[in-house]
Design a protein around this ligand. Structure first.
Ligand SMILES: Cc1ncc(COP(=O)(O)O)c(C=O)c1O
Length: 408
């Protein structure tokens, strides 16, 4: 905490999220720019040695060096914090860098994490493999069975980590129930809000302590840059995570922050539009004879449909997964590949959150580094295809998928 703080934009205190999405940040520079400036500078010039000393000692908040902070990054952080409804936010180089910073900043050897087994594959690798080497233990539990989370708690549990909806099965976990378990055990709950973004879901409203983002996804929204962020209280963000970022350097580039900052301005309308298209596609997929199952929280057939509607502002999000038919894992994989290879519009890629619709075979790409046992525990079979619906005309996407599906 510093005595002299960097000033805020002069907005009415009751400004609503759509206004904050386009205006929260830093005050304009003396030039009066309407679009936020991009500060591509690695360091900042200090007026004199005594001021420099005060700023390095954290007695006065100021920009010093872009590994620590940068005005464009600060603008992005403030805007995202406003949208998530948290006091503070810290930008990172990628979503995985955010998770690394979270663990480095909050845990030490001997501490324990309870994590859903359905989180993004690299999150499992990072917790189990990399942090396991440093003595942080993790237990992986069912995304949806609250009893498993409770049973996994130990005296040394410091963090619960959830991702909802999950990738690629779109399983929804009950944030409020997990927050209660965490707090009863003296732990914090972190929620990876990548799939919904604050436009659809604000985990802190349900009791989560920290919100994790891969800004690479919907926050940028047009597949341009890598970025990440953690939102939470000032105590945790400024008190525990900022000092680690300053030393370890997983900092967000100002250019990438600027792209995400501008992405946040259209986040809400993109999420609404992409979610509506995803619902239409999910309904269409349900009718296809070569599709044995559709995973989409917006469908009443989804096992956590009601919970999803309550947590996600009545929207299912923009990711739909489905299983192509096949009697054996080999046949299912061949069929999934045939559907993917028959597309002419969908981008065959592993990202999501883009305006361009992306099609993925999770078992061989995003979750390819997991063992078959880990994959099956997470419900990812060889016939599964994930579609991250963009802003393409949904009828064109249906035609694109029908080409392969009708050949099976
Ligand atoms: C849910 C989720 N969290 C975190 C990440 C990691 O983000 P990044 O690729 O920006 O490191 C991803 C990436 O796909 C993801 O899907």
């Amino acid at each position: 905490m510093t005595d002299k703080r960097i000033p805020r934009v002069n907005l009415p205190p009751d400004a609503r999220p759509d206004t904050l999405a386009v205006r929260e940040g830093l005050p304009r520079t003396p030039w009066g720019e309407n679009s936020e400036a991009l500060f591509l500078t690695s360091s900042f010039v200090q007026p004199d040695a005594a001021t420099a000393a005060a700023r390095f000692a954290n007695e006065e908040e100021a920009f010093i060096y872009s590994r620590f902070s940068n005005p464009t990054v600060t603008m992005m952080e403030r805007r995202l914090a406003a949208l998530e409804g948290t006091e503070a936010c810290i930008g990172t180089a990628s979503g995985m860098a955010a998770i690394m910073l979270l663990v480095m900043g909050l845990l030490k050897a001997g501490d324990h994490v309870v994590c859903s087994q359905s989180v993004f594959g690299s999150t499992i690798k990072l917790l189990q493999g990399e942090f396991g080497k440093f003595g942080v233990q993790s237990t992986f539990v069912s995304q949806t069975d609250v009893g498993e989370w409770r049973a996994a708690m130990r005296p040394e549990t410091k963090l619960l980590f959830a991702e909802t909806p999950s990738n690629p099965l779109t399983e929804v976990c009950d944030i409020r129930a997990l927050a209660e378990i965490a707090h009863a055990g003296g732990a914090l709950l972190a929620v990876d809000n990548c799939f919904c973004s604050p436009a659809l879901q604000r985990p802190v409203e349900f009791g989560a302590d920290l919100v994790i983002h891969s800004g690479t996804k919907y926050l940028d929204g047009q597949g341009r840059v890598m970025a990440g962020a953690i939102c939470g209280t000032a105590d945790v963000i400024e008190g525990k995570l900022t000092p680690v970022l300053r030393s370890a350097g997983m900092s967000l580039s100002p250019f990438n922050a600027w792209v995400v900052l501008k992405g946040l301005e259209t986040l809400s309308i993109r999420m609404q539009a992409q979610s509506a298209r995803a619902l239409a596609l999910a309904r269409w997929l349900q009718e296809q004879p070569a599709v044995t199952r559709v995973y989409y929280p917006g469908l009443p057939s989804h096992p956590q449909h009601e919970l999803a509607m309550a947590q996600q502002a009545g929207c299912g999000g923009a990711v739909v997964s489905f299983i192509a038919r096949g009697d054996t894992p080999e046949e299912a994989r061949r069929n999934a590949f045939a559907v993917i290879d028959a597309t002419r519009i969908c981008s065959i890629s592993a990202n999501l959150g883009d305006t361009k619709t992306i099609i993925t075979h999770p078992a061989s790409t995003s979750h390819g580094r997991l063992t078959e046992e880990q994959r099956l525990a997470a419900g990812i079979t060889q016939g599964m295809i994930r579609v991250a619906v963009g802003l393409d005309d949904v009828e064109d996407i249906e035609t694109d998928l029908a080409r392969g599906l009708r050949s099976l």
